[in-house]
Design a protein around this ligand. Structure first.
Ligand code: DSN
Length: 446
């Protein structure tokens, strides 16, 4: 967003979201103007960050509710504070909806984030110093899968697997299950983790289960990214296959920012004790209320169509990028992500530069390492793109093709401010047709 955009947004009509909330914020013009500018940014630029989405108004309302005032350490019926009758009700409802949505025996909806959910799962399943097999960050894994800069890497002995080598026909860069099996046999991990943050193919939980059973390991599936695709039936479910499933509620699942854990009844005690008092203090009951709203939304028939469209849109975006001469990691996509290797398009273009110039063109995404990236995580040779947010806004395959060509134009003409500004104007027009938070919606009083 340029300074001019920001000034316009700040002096524009609506402030935050939902009339009564806007009115309440009028007493704090500094915060109100920042929120107005952020709302404008979300409405007028294309959101391609694979881990983001646009929540419903109901999710926003629950997140902004008076439950933020409540201390509720403990669990429904077993709290350490009084006055928890409604916190109990809402948390039980969220747990019931989560178990129904995913077909799980037990849900813990208190983790503040995916990272907290993963830490709690480790705390429940293994001891400090135990060996855990998980995917390396630069191959598509996550910081909490044992990166040396994460507490996970400092507390447990992580052994990392990766993806197969790139192949000219696009059949490479898949999770290397032979490597997972070999490492499991050699290292005898206590726990095997499946799950990624930058990986564009379906993850089948069954081979991981078989390997875990062969070596006597537990199996955790981190479904942070595909949770909504699993809930919507577009991807296979790890529930009932993995010992523990962790996920975030704000990515493809389209709920409030947060995490959750699913497990069988016999692990419920250990998981609950790990979340509280093991790791966290008071739960965020306002966010838990919003999680309950999101679980109900994800159980509706239209969410199935949403999940399928997210995947179709990613495929359309991938096709468009290939026609612009980008190389895609893993040769394409079967989920909500497209991982772009920029080197074939332009060997001098880094992910960092690409992300920055795309921001100026109104296309929001994040730089990402590609497998065996010669550049650092701060610079990178790749971009990660995702379709959950703009699919929520109503975009279809035709718009993905337009976005692919706009993205290529920005990167080709990155040293020409007028060309970048021309794309910015086209992006603004496109976004006006697919507004996640239409003005009438925003300004109405309820
Ligand atoms: N925020 C997650 C993502 O973008 O995938 C990583 O923590």
């Amino acid at each position: 967003m340029t300074p001019t955009d920001r000034d316009a947004a700040r002096s524009g009509g609506h402030v935050a979201l939902g009339g009564s909330y806007d009115a309440a914020l009028a007493g704090d013009p500094e915060v109100a103007s920042i929120l107005a500018a952020e709302l404008d940014r979300q409405r007028t630029t294309v959101q391609l960050i694979a881990s983001e989405n646009f929540t419903s108004r109901a999710v926003l309302a629950a997140t902004a509710s008076v439950l933020t005032n409540k201390y509720s350490e403990g669990y429904p019926g077993r709290r350490y504070y009084g006055g928890n009758v409604y916190a109990d009700e809402v948390e039980s409802l969220a747990c019931d909806r989560a178990t129904a949505l995913f077909g799980a025996e037990h849900a813990n909806v208190q983790p503040h984030s995916g990272a907290s959910a993963n830490l709690a799962a480790y705390l429940a399943l293994v001891e400090p110093g135990d060996t855990i097999l998980a995917m390396r960050l630069d191959q598509g894994g996550h910081l909490t899968h044992g990166s040396p800069v994460s507490i996970t890497g400092k507390t447990y002995r992580f052994v990392a697997y990766g993806v197969t080598p790139a192949a000219p026909d696009g059949s490479g860069e898949r999770i290397d299950l032979d490597q997972v099996r070999d490492l499991a046999r050699r290292e005898r991990p206590r726990l095997i983790v499946a799950g990624t943050t930058a990986y564009s193919r379906i993850i089948d939980p069954r081979p991981f289960r078989e390997i875990a059973d062969e070596v006597g390991a537990l199996f955790m599936f981190d479904a942070a990214h595909p949770a909504g695709l699993i809930a919507g039936g577009a991807h296979p479910s790890p529930v009932g296959i993995a010992d523990v499933v962790t996920f975030t509620t704000h990515k493809t699942l389209r709920g409030p920012r947060g995490g959750a854990i699913l497990c069988s009844s016999d692990r419920a005690r250990a998981v609950d004790a790990a979340v509280f008092p093991g790791l966290q203090g008071g739960p965020l009951e306002h966010v838990i209320a919003a999680k309950a709203v999101a679980f109900a939304e994800a159980g509706r028939p239209e969410f199935k169509e949403y999940a399928a469209q997210v995947v179709r849109n990613a495929a359309a975006l991938a096709d468009s990028l290939v026609s612009e001469r980008f190389r895609l990691v893993a040769g394409g996509t079967e989920n909500h992500q497209v991982i772009v290797d920029l080197r074939a398009f332009d060997p001098d273009l880094t992910g960092k530069v690409a992300q920055e110039v795309l921001d100026r063109g109104g296309i929001t995404c994040n730089r990402n390492q590609i497998p065996d990236d010669p550049r650092s995580p701060f610079v990178t040779s790749g971009l990660r793109l995702g379709t959950p947010a703009e699919t929520t806004a109503g975009m279809l395959e035709a718009e993905m093709a337009v976005i692919g060509s706009l993205l290529a134009r920005v990167l080709r003409h990155r040293d020409d401010p007028e060309a970048v500004e021309a794309v910015r104007a086209e992006v603004r027009e496109l976004c006006a047709r697919f507004d996640p938070y239409p003005t009438a919606w925003v300004e109405s009083p309820s």
